[in-house]
Design a protein around this ligand. Structure first.
Ligand SMILES: NC(=O)c1ccc[n+]([C@@H]2O[C@H](COP(=O)([O-])OP(=O)(O)OC[C@H]3O[C@@H](n4cnc5c(N)ncnc54)[C@H](O)[C@@H]3O)[C@@H](O)[C@H]2O)c1
Length: 302
């Protein structure tokens, strides 16, 4: 079985696949145009976030039997279409959960104690001790929207920090470390709101001005899920007005983004979509990609 690795993948994972008998070619900087030319020769492909697998590419590769995405979510792949053509589509849903959860928790501390702003001030040669009065995380209420693999890891850590944890997830009956509640109750009671739901038609721009109105004044927002779940213009206004005291963003409506106007505000901190970017998560992603492809190969042969 011939596999094309289209995005950066752990060397160890490539070796494991080869050792299991798969013929693996690594073209992890391949352009979309070149991919159209070479993919027809392959039975399977490995992708991360960079390579998008849309209908025309699937149509151009009649031999394709399997697509494995290293990562959470399948929004970069026309998965339904691929499956309708008999292509198996898999991902690695849990490999990066702990890393994303740790980033969200880290952001809560960074917002509570102005760590990033204080660092910038020190680097500018200042000693603004009075400016950085913070508050403790313990005793505060965290509202988590979307309690799947990552949301559950966040809930567990927040509960251990002494927070009251509320969670809203219409598809969940119970949650060990959080009290399930409705969205409006979560908005009304939370000091921090962290998003861990997928971006869907339903969740696109689900946090806008009307929702900010329902929140406590001084609430802090953390989005390590997907850009565009929070309406960025409404968030800007809420930060300027002081309704929202701070926001930490790892994801954006349009990525990559440079010079985003939200970052002109001192109370916004963020990162360029690095939630899963830890050595541990990348190692687990690679191992799971290899495992899934080897299992597929064993079941489906050459
Ligand atoms: N920042 C990063 O680098 C990074 C890395 C990995 C995942 N993510 C994102 O994090 C999100 C969550 O990942 P996960 O692994 O926990 O996914 P998951 O599928 O395990 O959990 C998502 C949860 O959201 C719930 N949900 C769906 N629609 C909802 C809605 N409208 N309101 C409330 N809850 C809703 C689902 O029932 C589910 O329990 C995904 O969108 C994923 O893309 C970001």
């Amino acid at each position: 079985m011939k596999i094309l690795v289209c995005d950066k993948t752990e060397a160890e994972a490539i070796e494991r696949m080869r050792a299991a008998g798969l013929q693996v070619d690594v073209r992890d900087d391949i352009s979309p145009e070149e991919l159209f030319n070479v993919l027809p020769d392959y039975d399977g492909m490995v992708v991360r976030s960079r390579t998008k697998v849309r209908q025309p590419l699937i149509d151009a590769a009649p031999k394709l039997k399997v697509i494995v995405r290293g990562g959470v979510g399948l929004d970069t792949i026309d998965a339904e279409y691929a499956r309708s053509k008999g292509v198996t589509v898999m991902n690695t849903p849990k490999a990066s959960s702990a890393s994303v959860a740790e980033l969200a928790i880290g952001y809560m501390f960074a917002l509570a104690r102005s760590i990033c702003v204080a660092t910038a001030s020190m680097k500018a040669g200042k000693w603004e001790k009075k400016k950085f009065d913070g508050d403790e995380i313990a005793g505060k209420t965290l509202g988590i929207i979307g309690v799947g693999n990552i949301g559950k890891e966040v809930a567990k850590r927040a509960a251990a920090l002494g927070m009251t944890v509320l969670a809203c997830d219409p598809y969940l009956q119970e949650c060990e470390d959080a009290d399930l509640t409705g969205l409006d109750d979560l908005f009304a009671r939370s000091d921090y709101i962290s998003l861990h739901l997928p971006k869907t038609k339903e969740s696109a721009n689900m946090i806008g001005s009307a929702q900010f109105e329902k929140m406590k004044t001084g609430v802090r927002i953390i989005n390590c899920a997907r850009g565009g779940i929070v309406d960025e213009d409404a968030l800007y206004e809420a930060l300027v007005s002081g309704k929202v005291a701070g926001a930490a963003l790892d994801v954006f409506a349009v990525e990559p983004c440079e010079g985003h106007r939200l970052f002109s505000l001192e109370n916004v901190i963020g990162s360029p979509h690095i939630g899963a970017a830890t050595k541990e998560a990348q190692g687990r992603v690679g191992a799971e990609v290899a495992e899934k492809l080897i299992e597929f190969y064993k079941k489906n042969g050459a």
